[in-house]
Every structure is written in C-alpha cells, then in structure tokens.
Ligand binder design. Structure first.
Ligand SMILES: [Zn+2]
Length: 342
C-alpha cells in the first residue's frame, strides 16, 4: 500500500516542480538482467505465467477532458547501463546513495551537470464516456447535502484475467445501496438532503468523485461525505474479525463521538482505530471532498494481500463486520442529517 501511495505522491510532487520527465531506476533490480535470464517473466504478479507482457490497466492514464494538451509527467524506467552512463562523470554510486537516503530518511538531491538524455514520447488520446450513478433522498432542506459514496469501478479484465474486486469495491457500493435502502425504509424525511453515489474512475485517479465535488447535485453545499472503500476484510492481526479504522476530519470530533456512541448503543462490537486528520488525503474518493474542506469520514476494514489482484473474491468477505460498518455509517449520517452540528 505504501509503495502504491508513494508513486502517486512522487508523481504529484514532481509534476509540481515543473519537471518534464521522471527517470526511475531501482538499484539491484535491473530489468535488462530479468529479460536476459530468459525465464517466463511473471508480469506484475506472482500468479501470472504468461510469456507475453500482460496488458495492464495501469498502462493508460485518464483525466477529465480539459483545455490543455498536457499528458502529465512522462515517467520511464531505465536499465543499469543507462544509469551508469548518466552518472559517469560523478562520484555517485547509486546503491550506496540509495542505502544512505534510506537510512537517513532525508533527500539528497543532486544536480547532474553534464548529463543529457533525449527522450521522445507520443500521446495517443481519445475521449471515453463514463458515469457516476447518483440517487437523491431530498430532505426538508435541499440546499445542503450529505454525500454517501463508494466507487463502483475496479481494474477490469485483461487477457482473460478478471479482477472481480469483491472487497475493492463491491463491498463499498453495497454499503452505499444498503444505507439508501434503509433510509427509504424508515419512511422519514431527513432534515438535510442525502445523496447516494456510486463513483466511476476511482482507480484511474478519483475521476468520478472529483467531478461531483466540482459539480455537486443542485449546486448544493456539501456538508459531509462518507466514503466506503474496502470494508469487508480482516487484517492478519484481526482473528476475531472486528477491527476497522475510521479516518475523519479532525475538526469534527462529533464524527468520532457518534461512532463511539453508536458502536456501544447498538452493540456492534467493532474495535475501531480512529485517525483524525486535518484534511484526510489518500487514494480514495473522500479526497476530492476533503480538498474542498468538506468534512469527511471513511472506514477501512483491513488491507488484504489480494488487494488489486485477481483473487479479491467474495469468499473472503467478512459479512458480519461489513454489516456493522454499514450500520455505523447509517447511524452517523442519519443523526447528522437531522441535527445542527456544523
Ligand atoms: Zn478501491
């Protein structure tokens, strides 16, 4: 998880510095050697045994259509030979350099004065259409909305392999629909309006939720976002299957207070690790809301080893925990849609 997060963080940071390209090299893991060793290369996964590179979801990038032609920062991975050529006239030993930075946890940026690398890339782009699925339960007040969402896309199907994505994120979309069903079944009209959303394009960079956050339903003021992403699994240290985490906007302590209260009052028995953060970031659909200073909260049940693999299957779901997390989300949002708390 952290590696995946780091990539995104690195790319964002580097794009912000105005770099035109990013050259990556991992000392000790020379790709050229892997090719030369002539064994079937397990492309990106320990369960793939094809001898052709597997077409990967990650090979294309997507963004909202806009006015600029930028394709973002070009990123290439180079072999040891290229690195040696680039570092030829310097004292830098890449392996020692990597070890030192790893130990000190401090960047040691260096300028390569005479190195030049010429790179030619092309961008092949086309427009595709995708949709969020949005349902609205109008409250007495329709100028303020609570958004309950989870992404319905996953990483798809390639070369006969299917990423079913039971935890990521069938579990979360079930959460959204279950809360919608329960709120309708209550027969009551909440004070604030509640919007239920299944987002598209999360795996491509939070595209659906970002679009909604920029163009909210009815131009309403978004007063809260509950995000469900991966709410059905247990971590290795969770043999009782009751642990989960709840991350929320620090300023709104009421989100934690209510979760504590409801967990107790309704005997849910969840063991919740609370993570208050000033403005919760990260790779899921709460981020575009948090970036606009909308209070957010989201749950995670566990981080399974099958994350983004073809084995994220329904047999591994902890239904009991999932139901409890959904109940908690329901109780919190229902109460917050009927009280003045902002
Ligand atoms: Zn996800």
């Amino acid at each position: 998880m952290s590696r995946w997060q780091l990539y995104r963080a690195k790319r964002e940071h580097i794009a912000g510095t105005g770099a035109v390209a990013m050259i990556e090299f991992a000392p000790g893991r020379d790709m050229a050697q892997s090719w030369a060793s002539n064994v079937p290369f397990r492309y990106h996964s320990d369960d793939y045994e094809g001898d052709r590179p597997r077409a990967s979801y990650y090979e294309t990038s997507m963004k909202h259509p806009g006015e600029d032609l930028s394709a973002g920062v070009t990123r290439i991975t180079v072999s040891e030979r290229v690195v040696n050529a680039l570092l030829k006239d310097t004292e830098i030993d890449p392996e020692a350099f990597a070890a030192r930075v790893k130990n000190s946890l401090k960047p040691e940026s260096k300028e390569l004065k005479n190195a030049r690398l010429k790179l030619k890339t092309t961008v092949d782009s086309r427009i595709i259409q995708a949709r969020n699925v949005v349902g609205v339960l109008p409250g007495k007040d329709t100028s303020e909305i609570i958004v309950i969402g989870g992404h319905y896309d996953h990483v798809g199907k390639h070369d006969g392999w299917i990423w079913n994505g039971a935890d990521d994120n069938a579990s979360g979309t079930v959460g959204v629909m279950t809360i919608a069903k329960a709120m309708m079944a209550s027969g009551e009209k909440p004070e604030k309006t509640i919007v239920f959303a299944a987002w598209t394009g999360e795996e491509k960079g939070l595209l659906g939720s970002e679009y909604f956050a920029d163009h909210p339903w009815n131009d309403a003021e978004m007063i809260l976002n509950l995000n469900y992403d991966m709410i059905s699994r247990d971590d290795m240290d969770d043999s009782l299957g009751v642990k989960c985490s709840m991350t929320y906007t620090e300023k709104y302590g009421i989100l934690e207070e209510l979760a504590v209260k409801h967990n107790k009052e309704y005997d849910l028995g969840l063991e919740i690790k609370y993570n208050p953060q000033e403005r919760p970031r990260g790779g899921s659909d709460h981020a575009p809301f948090a970036a606009k200073d909308v209070p957010v909260f989201y749950f995670m049940a566990g981080f399974p080893p099958e994350y983004h693999s073809t084995n994220d299957h329904v047999e591994k779901v902890n239904w009991d925990k999932m139901v409890k997390i959904i109940k908690l989300g329901y109780l919190n949002t229902w109460e917050l849609s009927n009280t003045d708390w902002e």
